[in-house]
Design a protein around this ligand. Sequence first.
Ligand code: AMP
Length: 397
Amino acid sequence: MNVLVINCGSSSLKYQLINSDSKEVLAKGLCERIGIEGSAITNQSKGCDKITKEIPMPDHKKAVELVIEALTDEKTGAIKSLSEIDAVGHRVVHGGEKFAEAVLIDDDVIKAIEECNDLAPLHNPANLIGISACKALMPQVKMVAVFDTAFHQTMPSKAYLYGIPYEYYEKYRVRRYGFHGTSHSFVSKRTAEILGRDINNFKVIVCHLGNGASISAVLNGKCVDTSMGLTPLEGLIMGTRSGDIDPAIIEFICKKENISVEDMNTILNKKSGVLGLSGISSDFRDLLSASEEGNKRATDTLDTYSYHVAKYIGSYITAMNGVDAIVFTAGVGENNASVRKSVMEYFKYLGIEIDDEKNKIRGEEIEISTESSPIKVMVVPTNEELAICEETVALVK
Ligand code: AMP
């Protein structure tokens, strides 16, 4: 079965066409600057070079039209016609409390996603535009919504409630939701598989460390806690997001700098994290080289980052009353040996040891702890598109 996986942002659309039987990516690409001058589509079919075309894209419907054109291009397309797309899987950021799993999209589902719009005002409307554009162009094809929040819906109330008046939960559903759920689900299952463990009797902590970063505690296949909250701003220090701060800082800085809460929100999302702390970059490769060259702020930033990751891991070991495996994934987690090493230094008291040679290997499924380590430390590359493809197939078959 060929599944088109769509990840729509407000001005972008990422896609992959995946054969679910062979797990092969037949084509992948990106539409950028949708609705803005200078829009372009980049498509790469299996075995072919990347092709980028600058072409006006006033809206997402035009972008989906161009994706279909690229996929079915006579010379460079991965398929001959639209009829070779058997299903579409849409990434949807926020499913609120309405969706604890992926669903087949119908009018009621679209309405329910719309009702979650105020929880993710930048993302959900864009996801819905992508869904309606695909429905308009492929009315006969079954479509599935896969939510970033769904995997975390198993959290108990003690993990998702905030210590604020309960009426805000009752009136506005203000609570922890968590994000990157597709990745946490995929990586936790894959880790159990690799270790030959029954997921139903397995305690794993998944560290998804990318530009956005979150950690989750997965007990017997179910998420029991996660670091992102009502929005993706909470939790770890990220590329440009602050993660946890004292909420009183917001009013304090707004008054000092004479800026609005909206301005502060932008600063916390876009100008904070390791970028704000280091003043150098949100990219860990730049931070590592600056630190190696003796830049103290870069070194302090990396230390602060690792310390926060370690504190979350420690708290999740407590949440699950133990842990069998700790797993690193996403851009930083998969590639950055020194972050992994410095995080795991905090767990020597548990007897965890890292094999430095294995830890050097990048972007592969590998156990990086020594054989004698009582708790396994792993690297398992995430594959959110394949996970969306598999969830889609499970519903349309
Ligand atoms: P993601 O959001 O998962 O794409 O992750 C993006 C982050 O991964 C960026 O901050 C990069 O610094 C980091 N990253 C990607 N490749 C490497 C690498 N080879 N070494 C260190 N960090 C990397």
